[in-house]
Design a protein around this ligand. Structure first.
Ligand code: ZN
Length: 302
């Protein structure tokens, strides 16, 4: 049975020529088609002006996807510690399908995060830090800068940047892979620009001791109060992110980092399932951040 779907008034192809609605190209219903991947009938429309057709599916984010019925489950299991390959095996899909869906879910997640930031009141207390991970080898580290709202543990925004290896690996990494660009400054700048719309200008921003943020916070949030805390040793539980001994002043952030590491396979410590492309890591992180904000933490009141 065709559930009568709402009428679309404006042609998808024609440019709107006038403000007056009666003057616009007329659109009529033009049959329907059956979409096998989710067993639904979709209403088609035709423009009487240009004779071209479109449907409700044209405007869907999952337009032209053949395996859309797996999107929801896939997000759940990829945000639950599954690797992409195992997800492919369990769902009976190809690995390339999963990789394509990660991009789709990541873009959707980024939109969801943006929407939440617009809808919810701006964060009054923000905890900020970098999570370190790698791109295929420890010689190619990546920094993930994350801002988390205090108490609610909502992920406000994040950014990924390449950085050169430090310490004992620095020399070996340069010999093997050549000099590596440090993108952290640039990424942090973009992140802080976005954060300006999601965090109160006079917010309290908490971070650990790193001279990098101090400068940026002062620049982008001149009226904010910035409190720094000394880093501490990790305790046994909590994926090396939860800290030993008593009260942790940036607990909301460290707990969120521990959840990142526990729930995203590519971030697990001492892992053999690593990030291969930083762009894909961004998609996975955005997918997780949206899932975290909407499904894992308690919904903020109001
Ligand atoms: Zn038209």
């Amino acid at each position: 049975m065709l559930f009568r779907q709402p009428m679309i008034r404006d042609c998808f192809h024609c440019e709107p020529t006038s403000e007056d609605p009666s003057d616009r190209p007329k659109v009529i219903r033009f049959g329907s088609f059956y979409r096998r991947s989710d067993s639904r009938f979709i209403q088609r429309f035709k423009c009487t002006e240009c004779s071209r057709t479109f449907s409700h599916a044209t405007f869907s984010a999952a337009y032209r996807q053949k395996k859309r019925q797996f999107n929801h489950t896939l997000r759940g299991i990829l945000c639950g510690g599954f690797s992409q390959n195992r997800a492919a095996k369990v769902l009976g899909l190809n690995r390339k399908t999963i990789a394509r869906k990660v991009i789709y879910l990541g873009e959707l997640g980024a939109l969801e995060i943006e929407g939440l930031n617009k809808m919810l009141p701006r964060a009054a207390v923000l905890e900020f830090d970098d999570l370190e991970t790698i791109e295929h080898t420890k010689c190619k580290p990546l920094a993930v800068s994350v801002g988390v709202e205090y108490k609610t543990r909502r992920i406000v925004d994040l950014a990924v940047a390449r950085m050169p290896a430090k310490g004992r690996l620095a020399k070996k990494a340069r010999e093997k892979y050549g000099p590596r660009k440090d993108e952290r400054k640039e990424a942090r700048r973009e992140l802080f620009t976005r954060l300006q719309t999601a965090v109160l200008p006079n917010a309290l921003i908490k971070s650990d001791m790193s001279s990098h943020y101090t400068h940026d916070i002062r620049k982008y949030f001149p009226n904010a109060e910035h409190k720094v805390f000394k880093g501490r040793k990790a305790c046994v539980v909590g994926q090396g992110e939860l800290k030993k001994g008593g009260f942790d002043p940036i607990f909301s952030l460290n707990h969120t980092f521990a959840m990142f590491r526990d729930n995203l396979k590519c971030l697990v410590r001492k892992n053999w399932c690593t990030t291969k492309k930083p762009e894909m890591l961004v998609h996975r992180l955005m997918m997780y951040a949206a899932y975290h904000n909407t499904e894992l933490i308690r919904r903020p009141a109001g």
